[in-house]
Design a protein around this ligand. Sequence first.
Ligand code: SAM
Length: 208
Amino acid sequence: MSSKQFFNEVAGDWDAMRAGFYSEGVREKALDRAGVRAGQLAADLGAGTGFVTEGLLRRGLRVVAVDQSEAMLAKMRTKFAGAADRIDYRKGEAEELPLADQSVEHVFANMYLHHVGDPGRAIIEMARVLKPGGRLTITDVFEHPFEFLKTEHHDRWLGFRREALEEWLTAAGLHEVAVDDLGEECRVRPEGGGETALMNIFVASGRR
Ligand SMILES: C[S@@+](CC[C@H](N)C(=O)[O-])C[C@H]1O[C@@H](n2cnc3c(N)ncnc32)[C@H](O)[C@@H]1O
């Protein structure tokens, strides 16, 4: 099964699954760090069912929600029907984002980078769509040893090292690059039981 098929299949259950994995604290800390302001336009990459989008809408932003999965975007459309005029839904892939150059003030990517084939290329795409002065804010997990996530959750990468993230953001031409521990955790139980995987979440940010 491909990653796209996996996320199409779990779209209906994703909100409950997500709540078991990590809390709203991840989103709120990421939005605080980015310094979002009402009226701005943000891209939510790997938007899923709109975990980050929900926070952005509450803070008065408009959102371009991008995901490879039709089912995830369909679920989002139903959830946010009342905010249809503030969300632009686009089906697209990490390595070729369906967004124009320099078109948004913020890019957010929560728990998305560990699913993409080429994270360095994906970060170059994120930087491409930022307006000058715009901010990239990636939240994901630091490197970990939990191999079962590759088979059970279609993760491609077992998290990331701080040094690799710093290199990718810098190579993408971003300034004020910083990678910090967000002070939040991601917890996932293996299907067959056993020890719960506990992963520390980072926030990686930079300005174009
Ligand atoms: C773990 S979910 C996170 C969803 C959401 N950001 C959240 O925090 O709830 C990862 C999402 O990224 C999408 N995704 C994975 N790989 C992708 C790719 N290469 N291009 C576009 N979207 C991708 C999946 O379809 C899925 O909706």
